[in-house]
Design a protein around this ligand. Structure first.
Ligand code: 3PY
Ligand code: MG
Length: 256
């Protein structure tokens, strides 16, 4: 399957769903639903490497045609040790939260590359990413398949958009409305006009910098509006949201 970065320019926004239940069975259900990508969250969900691995294994059949869902992992922090562990178990598309400078972006790019292009620690025969050694070219070709997405979700991140977008190896920039709202003084209110205007500006600047943008939509209406604004990929909800809302409305429909 093509690297996710190639699919970002296919001419329609790629629609994704956040996976926060940290459970392979739930991921398998979502993978079968036909989303373009699923985001496995290591930042705000009760995930360990083991739960991430079991979710990757559960969705593996759907990562090839005709389903072709891309598993994306969000690391808890852009740390080289965490990044190599996520790559070793087989994630090839990563989302790095809280990106605020070109230096930080260069460091995470380096963490995804083996020497001499970076500092990724070397395991090949023992890593799931290399097919447990079956892919003899893995060390030389791994970087070709890695897509690195960084999150802009603070005032400092907004200020550094052009610098971050210019870093070679940064494939896309993703806006985090919840943290951005907090950083801009509107905690819990990402729909606030000031936050939405900052997001609109940010999306324009990312496009002007020549990089694809992504965002977490706040509602189906917001998703449609952001897709019309030209985002390349968009999350339209979470597995927890689907379950919680379904559970509540099912109860309400009977109770009246
Ligand atoms: C945020 O909104 O802050 C996120 O990280 C997810 O989109
Ligand atoms: Mg966030």
């Amino acid at each position: 399957m093509k690297p996710f970065r190639d699919r970002l320019s296919i001419g329609r926004p790629l629609i994704g769903l956040w996976q926060a239940l940290a459970n392979g069975y739930a991921s398998e259900i979502c993978a079968r639903a036909g989303y373009d990508w699923l985001l496995f969250d290591g930042e705000h969900s009760p995930n360990t490497l083991q739960t991430l691995l079991s979710q990757l294994q559960a969705v593996a059949p759907f990562t090839v045609d005709p389903y072709s869902v891309e598993p994306i992992a969000r690391v808890p922090v852009g740390d080289p040790v965490v990044i190599k562990q996520y790559l070793d178990i087989g994630f090839r598309t990563l989302l790095i939260p809280m990106m605020e400078s070109a230096e930080q972006a260069e460091a995470v790019v380096a963490a995804t590359r083996f020497p001499p292009f970076g500092v990724r620690g070397v395991a090949s025969a023992t890593s799931r990413a290399s097919g447990f050694g079956a892919d003899a070219a893995y060390l030389k070709t791994a970087h070709e398949f890695i897509t690195l997405i960084v999150q802009i979700e603070s005032r400092a991140g907004l200020d550094a958009i052009e610098d971050i977008a210019a870093v070679k190896g940064v494939d896309a920039l993703f806006i985090g409305p919840a943290d951005l709202a907090g950083s801009l003084g509107h905690l819990g209110d990402p729909k606030h006009a000031d936050v939405q205007s900052a997001i609109a500006q940010a999306l324009k600047r990312i496009a002007a910098a020549g990089k694809p943008s992504g965002i977490f939509a706040l509602s189906p209406e917001d998703a449609r509006a952001k897709m019309a604004d030209g985002v390349s990929f968009i999350s339209i909800g979470t597995d927890i949201g689907l379950l919680a809302n379904g559970a509540r409305s099912s109860l309400a429909s009977v109770k009246g």
